[in-house]
Design a protein around this ligand. Structure first.
Ligand SMILES: [Cu+2]
Length: 67
């Protein structure tokens, strides 16, 4: 398993946390959102998905991955 920590702009409440975590689940990754620091920690299998798929899944929900 690989892990990446992304800074995501635009998350403001529990609904946003759920949207992001659910979107990551749907692509087979395990995401944990820390709302206070706007950081999303994602554990994933690099044999199955890459960071671009993770970034795309988050941005499709309407949030901006800034790093
Ligand atoms: Cu929200």
């Amino acid at each position: 398993m690989s892990e990446v920590v992304l800074k995501v702009d635009g998350m403001s409440c529990g609904h946003c946390v759920n949207s992001v975590e659910k979107a990551l689940q749907e692509i087979g990754a395990n995401g944990t959102v820390d709302l206070a620091s706007k950081k999303v920690t994602v554990q994933y299998d690099e044999a199955k998905i890459n960071t671009k798929a993770i970034v795309d899944a988050i941005e499709e929900q309407g949030y901006d991955v800034v790093q």
